[in-house]
Design a protein around this ligand. Structure first.
Ligand code: FNR
Length: 384
């Protein structure tokens, strides 16, 4: 029951029971040995907060801005591929839940529901995440479609020129729609509600790709398709070209290194997201939260710095904000909510994070998220 879910882990346990294994594993996994995936979460626990008492806590505010947009709290739903396989119409339901909660939603290039389908089902502008493929005509058309849909920002992902080694997906034979092999049929048969809901929608393949790309190729093997289609030569020159073609707010996602952060700041983008793709790309890279302070120190006065990776509670959000993040993005937390209970599940995930953020902030003796800085940090394993 969603009401009984008090933590993101509770939602994860519910999602595991409702989503076919190959799609649950797609969310709940990292690359190779998954050490970076684990470090993203565990490094948050190594940061200690300063408990303060006897400060009047009656009025509190989490509201702030992300990339010039007013938000109810500094949290956004990160772009995630195949979200419509966690739950039928997943991208639409997540976008609606985000809209109702006053936080931004970013739609992945690799979404199941298309840009136009999400636009038709929502009232406020959402953000669009772009992967750069070799077929530049297709990329131009994607940018134009995002513009036509009134998207408020373009999130350009830089850390997937080639795909990380995702063993679970390879072992599971991940595809969308699922293949009809005995293994996959069995996985779906054990999740009847998921199947019923999926039968009720037409959104079952990649809505932004199929019917829109000139060379769709064979999407039944996602890893070889990515190898063929994604552009391994993506460069800073392309960033300039995309910035010009887009003409709106540009957020560069997937920066983990101070040198890259300096290049990003020089590119004229509006924001960067310190990210290792949720531990799904370079296994062995450092955690996002440990990379954040150095990057904020190097470029925080020139460009808005956000982060994602391993955030599983509102307290993690608070720690990231204290270390300089103006925005904190969550991927798996909302996917688990979606798998557990569709739109209501995403709303529950957001609510859990908001409540924990509010309580943790208050117990640190602070009333306004905009006043949070390193002063609330008692101890961290890195210089802050
Ligand atoms: C992702 N991520 C991602 N990023 C992106 O730019 N485009 C995409 O299509 C996807 N797809 C995707 C699928 C799934 C299942 C996950 C879990 C993640 C990465 C995502 O935007 C974000 O960086 C991480 O999810 C953040 O880590 P947490 O919050 O999941 O720990």
């Amino acid at each position: 029951m969603l009401e009984n879910a008090l933590t993101i882990d509770d939602l994860k346990a519910l999602a595991r029971r409702r989503v076919p294994k190959m799609f649950f594993d797609y969310a709940d996994s990292g690359a190779w040995t998954e050490s970076t995936y684990r470090a993203n979460e565990s490094d948050f626990a190594r940061i200690l907060l300063r408990q303060r008492v006897l400060v009047d806590m009656t009025e509190r505010s989490l509201a702030t801005e992300m990339v010039g947009q007013s938000v109810a709290m500094p949290v956004a739903l990160a772009p995630t591929g195949l979200t419509g396989m966690q739950h039928a119409d997943g991208e639409i339901l997540a976008a609606q839940a985000a809209e109702a909660a006053g936080v931004p939603f970013a739609l992945s290039t690799m979404s199941i529901c298309s840009i136009e389908a999400v636009k038709a089902a929502t009232k406020k502008p959402f953000w669009f995440q772009l992967y750069v493929m070799r077929d530049r005509t297709f990329i131009e058309r994607l940018i134009d479609r995002a513009k036509a849909a009134g998207c408020a920002g373009l999130v350009l992902t830089l850390d997937l020129q080639i795909l990380g080694q995702r063993h679970k997906d390879l072992r599971n034979g991940l595809s969308a729609p699922p293949k009809f092999t005995p293994k996959h049929i069995w996985q779906m048969a054990t999740r009847p509600l998921w199947c019923l809901q999926m039968l009720g929608t037409r959104n079952r393949s990649f809505g932004n790709i199929v019917g829109h790309a000139s060379n769709v190729g064979d999407l039944s093997s996602l890893s070889s398709w990515t190898k063929e289609q994604f552009d391994p030569r993506l460069s800073w020159k392309d960033v300039a070209w995309i910035k010009e073609r887009w003409g709106g707010k540009l957020i560069l996602k997937g920066i983990l290194d101070v040198e890259d952060a300096r290049m990003a700041a020089a590119s004229g983008a509006d924001a960067i997201i310190v990210s290792n793709h949720g531990g799904r790309q370079l296994d062995g890279a450092r955690s996002s939260i440990s990379a954040l302070p150095g990057i904020v120190d190097a470029v925080g006065d020139r460009i808005e710095v956000h982060m994602d990776g391993g955030v599983r509670s509102g307290q993690d959000v608070l720690k990231a904000v204290a270390l300089g993040a103006k925005g904190v993005w969550i991927g798996r937390p909302f996917l688990y909510g979606l798998g557990a209970g569709g739109r209501a599940g995403v709303a529950r995930a957001i609510e859990i994070i908001r409540n924990e953020l509010d309580v943790s902030m208050a117990l640190c003796g602070k009333r306004d998220i905009r006043t949070i800085d390193t002063g609330i940090i008692d101890e961290a394993p890195w210089p802050v």
